[in-house]
Design a protein around this ligand. Structure first.
Ligand code: ATP
Length: 349
C-alpha cells in the first residue's frame, strides 16, 4: 500500500508569527511553529486556545492578519487552499452520504481528472491501507464511526498531499476505537513519512502518538517538545500542570532549592525568586517510607501495574502518591512520605 503513495515526501512546515483576531478576540497571538519533514506534531491545549484556527490557517481555510506560512521553504501565505496541497480529516464525519466509501475516496482524484481505472485502483489501495478492503461499496450510514473516520483518512491521503492535517479526528469515537485508530493513524503516518499536524485537547492522546507536542494557550505555543521533555522539564507553570498528574503543595524557595513539608528539593528552574510558592510534585516523586512526612490515607486505587493512593497532609492538602502494588495502605491509617525528584514552582503561595 505504501507504493500507492510513493510520491509522498516529508516536507517542512513553518508558521511564523501568525496573528488572527475575531473582532477584539485574539484567536492566534504571534504564534510560531516549525515542523520537521515527516514529523508528527500534536497541537494540544484547552478549549478555545486556537488549535483549530491554527490548523485552518495552515490549510488556507482561514485568512490571517499577519505572519508567514512556509511549506518546504515556499511562502504559501497568499495561496488558496487547493494550491497548498493538504489532506484533512475533521472531527465530525464528513463523508458524502450519497456516495459509497470507494466513491468518497475517489472524489479528490475525480476532481483532479484522474482516469476511472486509476481512480479505482488508487481508492482500493487507500482503503486497503486503512483496513477497509471489503467495505468499498458501503454508504456512510452502513459504516461505524471508526470506519467512517478510516474512510475519511483514506480520502485525505489518496491524493498524496504534502501535509496531513487532523482536527480532533477521534473525539467522536468511543474510548476503545479511539485508541485503536490513533495507533493505526500513527502506523500509516510513519510508513508514509508524511508531515502531520494533529489537533487534540486530550493530553494522553497527544503524548501517545506525537513525535513532539505543542502545548497551546491563549493563541500561542507555550512549549513544544517530546512527550518526555514536556513531562520532565516543563518550561512554564501552565505546561507543568497541564501535562500529567501533579500535586500542588506549599513551599519556600531559597537560592535555587525549595523547602517542602520540611524536606529540601532542587528546583527545575533554579532562577525562581526566593519566598513562598506553590510547588508541583509528580505522584511518582512521592514515596511511602518508614518515616518522614505524616499523612492520612484517604483512598487507594489499584491500577494494574501500580497503585495510586490519595493522602491528606497535616495542613489538609490532598496529595496523590504513586507506588508499587505490594503496598496497600488502608483508608484512615497514617503513612509517612519522603519526597524525591525535582520541584517546579507553579505560582505564588
Ligand atoms: P476547541 O478545542 O474548543 O475547538 P480551539 O483550541 O480549537 O478550541 P479555536 O476554535 O481555534 O480554539 O478558537 C480560538 C478562539 O477564537 C476562541 O476564543 C473562539 O471563540 C474564537 N473563534 C474561533 N472561530 C471564530 C469565528 N469564526 N468567529 C469569532 N470567533 C471565533
Amino acid at each position: 500500500s505504501t507504493s500507492l503513495l510513493s510520491s509522498v515526501q516529508g516536507v517542512a512546515v513553518e508558521l511564523a508569527r501568525i496573528t488572527k483576531t475575531y473582532g477584539s478576540q485574539h484567536a492566534l497571538n504571534d504564534l510560531s511553529l516549525s515542523v520537521k519533514p515527516g514529523e508528527f506534531v500534536a497541537l494540544l491545549g484547552p478549549s478555545g486556545c486556537g488549535k483549530t484556527t491554527a490548523l485552518r490557517a495552515l490549510a488556507g481555510l482561514e485568512s490571517i492578519d499577519s505572519g508567514t506560512i512556509l511549506i518546504n521553504g515556499e511562502d504559501v501565505t497568499e495561496q488558496p487552499t487547493n494550491k497548498r496541497d493538504m489532506g484533512m480529516v475533521f472531527q465530525s464525519y464528513s463523508l458524502f452520504p450519497h456516495l459509497t466509501a470507494g466513491e468518497n475516496v475517489e472524489f479528490g482524484l475525480r476532481m483532479r481528472k484522474v482516469n476511472a481505472s486509476d481512480r479505482r485502483a488508487r481508492a482500493a489501495a487507500a482503503l486497503s491501507m486503512v483496513g477497509l478492503d471489503s467495505h468499498q461499496g458501503r454508504y456512510a450510514h452502513e459504516l461505524s464511526g471508526g470506519q467512517q473516520q478510516r474512510v475519511a483518512l483514506a480520502r485525505a491521503l489518496v491524493t498524496e498531499p504534502r501535509v496531513l492535517l487532523l482536527d480532533e479526528p477521534l473525539s467522536a469515537l468511543d474510548a476503545k476505537v479511539r485508541v485503536q485508530l490513533r495507533e493505526e493513524i500513527r502506523r500509516i503516518q510513519t510508513e508514509l513519512g508524511i508531515t502531520t499536524l494533529f489537533v487534540t485537547h486530550d493530553q494522553e492522546e497527544a503524548l501517545a502518538v506525537a513525535d513532539r507536542v505543542a502545548v497551546m494557550q491563549a493563541g500561542t505555543i507555550e512549549q513544544i517538545g517530546t512527550p518526555e521533555e514536556l513531562y520532565r522539564t516543563p518550561a512554564t507553570p501552565f505546561v507543568a500542570e497541564f501535562i500529567g498528574l501533579s500535586n500542588r503543595v506549599p513551599g519556600i524557595v531559597s537560592d535555587g532549592s525549595v523547602e517542602v513539608l520540611g524536606q529540601w528539593l532542587p528546583l527545575l528552574h533554579p532562577e525562581t525568586a526566593n519566598g513562598p510558592v506553590r510547588v508541583m510534585l509528580r505522584p511518582e516523586d512521592i514515596e511511602l517510607a518508614p518515616a518522614g512526612i505524616a499523612a492520612t490515607v484517604v483512598s487507594s486505587s489499584f491500577l494494574g501495574s501500580l497503585r495510586r493512593t490519595r493522602v491528606r497532609l497535616a495542613d489538609d492538602t490532598l496529595v496523590n502518591v504513586q507506588h508499587g502494588v505490594r503496598e496497600n495502605p488502608e483508608a484512615g491509617t497514617v503513612v509517612y512520605l519522603t519526597l524525591n525528584g525535582t520541584a517546579v514552582a507553579v505560582g505564588p503561595a
